[in-house]
Design a protein around this ligand. Structure first.
Ligand SMILES: C[S@@+](CC[C@H](N)C(=O)[O-])C[C@H]1O[C@@H](n2cnc3c(N)ncnc32)[C@H](O)[C@@H]1O
Length: 477
């Protein structure tokens, strides 16, 4: 099916409340998911503008197109790539182009604006993903932070040092960029910075990854040499982040149910220089937690399928549909099942659970259900200075959102085994198994609430590490 038909079909399903955009796009099995996702999101974002253009030109009457297909085609013709993938649609749309262009121009004159984005309702302009900063994770398997900064400076980008607060990031414009204020090896650029064609991206030296999606691997923080499991791994951004944290040392078991996504993941991991992985096209729920192969797994990252309601997706919030409760319930049941399964691995010490959903049903409620069923585990109090917390009483968890953290909507919880016997065994087995510096376990924070280190502390540590690293030969040419 063509790109346009597929995009229209997804918009029809969204209108019928049959799912969130992200899930429907992934489920579509379309060969170019990224292209489809972008087209659906952009069409949805400009939906009210496109409707006006279509109505004022009587396009539906003249072409017999159905509304969502017309919106997709008009979007691509006037604001996108010009119906390049159009086949027979192209000729039809070219015929109507002058009238459609004139209608769009009239709208701009009427609203006294010159740019397409200024036509958007102000709520969409504020919440739009296009306003989120561009986050760039430096892939330390291939290079280091200093070399990337130097490279970009030579290209005319203007390095501003480490951001001191969210305000710095909100004000970003032009070619200025910062080091992130929470995560090491993360650079932050203005929203419009386009790096998909950049050499550093194509060579796998940088990875374009939203800040919130960098949290799970950063928080899990598996030491080099450890055995780690990524339960729902494709397309693998978090897997490659884990491998970078482990410096490719140890073993990284990665599972995904979807063969196509797993094959894309293989390519991405190759480009990122990941070598410690063992990929399997397998249902995580059917992985035998007691198999001898996984007896040494101490760290699990679980980022299961979710409603995707946190993906800002450039959409007009006034058009958002409430999620169907039966769908949320079945997603939550699946997520709880996965989380309980992850906690069954006999030697597991830490499990990070994350979703890009904003619904408590998929987040705090899943966490609460799992805590109840797994009394050997408790939540870790994550990044004490992070501004957006899990809903009470699960404030040890993190939430993220465009408004408060300048990211997509996201949720992260970390479970840590706390039963005495297991703790002793862990200390004997692995002296390196202490909490990473950027977290405080609930136990620790109960004892000493001030004792938890803050993110700046962690930053200083990572800064020191980087100084050492910068003596390495530059790897970027
Ligand atoms: C949110 S995505 C994971 C994104 C990934 N962690 C990343 O950072 O790139 C969820 C993934 O879970 C996979 N999945 C769904 N059910 C699964 C199951 N039972 N076992 C393994 N993978 C599953 C989906 O195919 C999808 O690729």
């Amino acid at each position: 099916m063509s790109l346009y038909n597929k995009a229209a079909e997804i918009l029809d399903k969204v209108d019928q409340k049959r799912g969130a955009v992200k899930t429907l796009v992934y489920e579509s099995k379309f060969q170019n998911i990224k292209q489809l996702f972008a087209l659906v999101c952009e069409t949805q974002k400009y939906s009210s503008v496109l409707q006006e253009v279509i109505d004022s030109t009587k396009l539906l009457k003249e072409t017999k197109l159905r509304i969502n297909l017309a919106k997709v085609l008009v979007y691509d013709l006037l604001m996108g790539k010009g119906v390049k993938c159009g086949g027979s649609w192209k000729a039809m749309m070219m015929k109507h182009r002058p009238r459609l262009q004139a209608a769009l121009a009239r709208l701009k004159v009427k609203q006294k604006v010159s740019r397409n984005e200024d036509l958007l309702p102000s709520s969409a302009q504020q919440a739009g993903g296009s306003k989120l900063p561009r986050y760039v994770r430096v892939n330390t398997l291939k290079t280091n932070l200093e070399d990337v900064i130097d490279y970009l400076k030579r290209e005319g980008f203007s390095y501003q040092g480490q951001a001191s607060g969210f305000e710095d990031l909100r004000r970003l414009s032009g070619k200025a960029f910062f080091c992130d204020l929470h995560l090491p090896d993360l650079l932050v650029f203005s929203a419009k910075t386009e790096l998909h064609n950049h050499y550093l991206y194509k060579a796998g030296h940088i990875i374009l990854q939203d800040k919130a999606s960098c949290l799970p691997a950063f928080l899990l923080n598996p030491p080099a040499g450890s055995h780690v499991l990524d339960a729902c791994a494709a397309p693998g951004n978090k897997t490659s982040h884990l491998a970078a944290i482990m410096n490719n040392k140890g073993k990284l078991f990665a599972f995904d149910l979807d063969a196509k996504r797993l094959s894309t993941m293989s390519t991405l991991l190759l480009r990122a220089g990941v070598t410690c992985q063992q990929l399997a096209n397998q249902d995580f729920l059917k992985v035998d937690a007691h198999s001898s192969e996984y007896q040494t797994v101490k760290y699990i990252l679980l980022d299961p399928s979710c409603s995707g309601s946190g993906m800002v997706c450039l959409r007009d919030p006034s058009q958002e549909q409430p999620e169907e409760s039966s769908r949320l319930q079945s997603l939550a049941a699946f997520q709880l099942h996965c989380l309980n399964h992850a906690l069954q691995f006999p030697q597991v010490e830490r499990v990070v659970y994350s979703t890009c959903s904003t619904h408590a049903e998929e987040n705090e409620q899943v966490v609460a259900g799992s805590l109840q069923q797994n009394p050997d585990f408790r939540l870790t109090n994550l990044l004490p200075n992070w501004p957006e917390r899990g809903l009470p009483p699960h404030t040890q968890c993190l939430r993220a959102s465009p408004d408060k953290t300048l990211t997509h909507g996201f949720f992260v919880a970390m479970f840590e085994r706390h039963s005495t016997g297991a703790k002793e065994a862990r200390q004997i087995a692995s002296p390196a198994g202490a909490s990473p510096p950027h977290i405080a376990t609930s136990l620790e924070s109960e004892k000493d609430p001030e004792g938890a280190r803050d993110p700046e502390d962690h930053q200083q540590k990572s800064g020191a590490k980087k100084k050492k690293k910068s003596k390495k030969k530059p790897k970027i040419h």
